[in-house]
Design a protein. Structure first.
Ligand SMILES: Nc1ncnc2c1ncn2[C@@H]1O[C@H](COP(=O)(O)OP(=O)(O)OP(=O)(O)O)[C@@H](O)[C@H]1O
Ligand SMILES: [Mg+2]
Length: 238
């Protein structure tokens, strides 16, 4: 892991400098300035179409910006060649609203598969997967298939999978969108726990009521612009 959270860090984890992203003539993002520190938990809230996913896509280099600059760990994304993007993405875990687990594989195998893909050996996989499943509270479901799990459990397996390559940054784009209140709160608790263990977390969501309760930094975007910044307030209680 190239970033050590226990020491003072040279760069912000993420910097957006006056970023504009166009789709045709429409501005999906319009002059975004944003600094995210290593170890931060930040929620990005906004209505459908506000630009939340676009912001995430610029961070992983899935889209190119039109004006401004995005720096990830001090690296200017415009200088990263597309063949090098997979290396950068290995530092990032991604979780989406629609959970795409491998349907014919168990919870254990879904996480193991992600580790295989990132080149880990079997002995390491056999050692690490139970630890990751334990972290998300699902070790007892390790032999269950996705159709034998609830929506919230499936999302927790998806989060476990996103942690398999030990990312320094976790992007969660509306991970609670398809979940009921109880499961959504559990997924949010899990993201907070992962953040406490040192991973920077960026959560995009419509659920402003939920994230307002956790007293972490919240930014609101409307029509591609940041319209509200709320700083961390201290202890949370869901
Ligand atoms: N590939 C695309 N081509 C054209 N327009 C796009 C594309 N992707 C997004 N947009 C537009 O950019 C704007 C921002 O979209 P974005 O997906 O970032 O919103 P969002 O905040 O994630 O919304 P939601 O909450 O519905 O996921 C919207 O107006 C959307 O229609
Ligand atoms: Mg979106």
């Amino acid at each position: 892991m190239s970033v050590n959270f226990t020491q003072k860090h040279k760069h912000e984890m993420i910097t957006f400098e006056n970023v504009t992203k166009l789709y045709g003539k429409a501005k999906a993002l319009n002059g975004i300035n944003l600094d995210i520190q290593p170890g931060e938990f930040i929620s990005i809230v906004g209505m459908s179409g506000a630009g939340k996913s676009t912001l995430m896509k610029l961070i992983i280099g899935e889209e190119q910006l039109d004006h401004g600059k995005v720096l990830i760990d001090g690296i200017d994304m415009s200088t990263v060649k597309s063949k090098d993007l997979p290396y950068l993405r290995r530092k990032i875990g991604i979780v989406f609203q629609d959970i795409k687990l491998l349907p014919k594989r168990t919870a254990f195998e879904n996480v193991a598969f992600a580790m295989e893909v990132s080149g880990h050996r079997k002995d390491k996989i056999d050692k690490d997967v139970p630890k990751i499943l334990e972290l998300v509270g699902l070790l007892h479901k390790k032999n269950n298939f996705p159709h034998e799990m609830s929506g919230g459990e499936k999302q927790r397996v998806a989060i476990a999978r996103s942690l398999a390559h030990r990312p320094v940054l976790l992007l969660a784009d509306e991970p609670t969108g398809n979940l009921d209140e109880v499961n959504a709160a559990e997924v949010l608790e899990l993201l907070l726990k992962i953040n406490e263990l040192g991973t920077t977390v960026i959560l995009a969501t419509h659920a402003s009521d939920l994230v307002n309760k956790i007293n972490k930094r919240v930014i609101t975007i409307e029509a591609g612009q940041i319209t509200l910044e709320q700083a961390t307030k201290g202890k949370y209680k869901l």
